[in-house]
Write a protein that binds this ligand. Structure first.
Ligand SMILES: *[C@@H]1O[C@H](CO)[C@@H](O)[C@H](O)[C@H]1NC(C)=O
Length: 279
């Protein structure tokens, strides 16, 4: 809490100074013009995925990705993880009570998802529900911005590919568009996570700034991302796949984009499962 207040007041300070400078130079009218696109992560900088638990990143790391409940890492480009299309296993309150109807139900009224992991899919099928989901997730995005994060990673955009009878790409992209416009208004860049079938037109329509691709080498779909995003792509391979997924990724695009190898649960150092490699 103390850290958050500190960085928030510091941000306000910088804003006040820039406002004074710009106001003097250009007049107050300058503030109604469009805000510039927030910068995407530095291309091919060393990436560390810390969504399973935050820890001090190595000195050579340039980009850190942490859960929205964590604080950003000092001196790095920070990406804020929000689970935007699915419930988060350790969050048992957000989608309960009056928000329980935002969890997708099948024809029998059963919650759709993985009950063992408490990971349920959110229902993006109506404008009213999308608006209510956006209000919640945009609240997290606002907090990310206040804490000093630089970008947001809304996870599980691809739920419509897993539940094609219940969800549509158009409706998921409509929710993504609300999140992107809010992220940009808060000064944050926004990532397309996975969902290789989307093209340049979808990127433009939603307003995505870069891509985070999991297992794209393993699924032979890395080219789909670089075709749309150039080298503004971060690739995460996992150590439970054949080692060739990572070594081939390094050989094919490790010189162009950020490629890392992580353990499936993205554990912090000290955990027996912890695994991290960068190329
Ligand atoms: C690497 O990036 C350059 C542009 O910076 C591009 O011309 C080249 O095709 C890329 N290589 C791969 C393997 O993606």
């Amino acid at each position: 809490m103390g850290t958050r207040m500190h960085s928030f007041s510091r941000k306000l300070g910088i804003f006040a100074v820039s406002a004074a400078l710009l106001g003097g130079a250009l007049g107050v009218g300058a503030f109604v013009t469009q805000t510039p696109s927030p910068p995407p992560p530095p291309i091919n900088a060393q990436f560390d995925y810390q969504i399973g638990g935050a820890y001090t990143p190595g000195a050579s790391v340039g980009i850190v990705d942490r859960d929205h409940t964590a604080a950003p890492a000092a001196g790095k480009y920070n990406i804020c993880y929000v689970n935007a299309f699915q419930t988060q296993p350790d969050d048992t309150t957000t989608w309960a009570g009056a928000n329980d109807d935002l969890i997708l139900r099948d024809a029998d009224g059963k919650k759709v998802g993985d009950p063992v992991w408490h990971e349920y899919i959110l229902d993006t099928s109506t404008q009213a529900k999308r608006d209510r989901i956006a209000t919640i997730v945009n609240g997290w995005i606002t907090e990310c911005a206040r804490k000093g994060f630089n970008a947001v990673e809304p996870d599980n955009l691809d739920t419509y590919t897993r539940e094609p009878k219940l969800l549509t790409q158009a409706n998921n992209l409509a929710l993504a568009t609300s999140l992107a416009s809010h992220a940009h208004a808060e000064g944050l860049a926004i990532a397309q996570k996975n969902t290789a079938e989307l093209g340049a037109a979808d990127k433009e329509a939603v307003g995505f700034d870069f891509a985070i691709a999991e297992e794209c080498q393993y699924k032979s779909e890395c080219g789909s991302y670089t075709k749309v995003y150039g080298n503004n792509v971060i690739e995460i391979e996992y150590s439970d796949n054949p080692p060739s997924a990572y070594t081939n990724a390094c050989a094919d695009q490790g010189k162009n984009i950020s490629v890392i190898l992580r353990d499936r649960d993205v554990t912090p150092p000290g955990d027996s499962a912890y695994h991290y490699e960068y190329c």
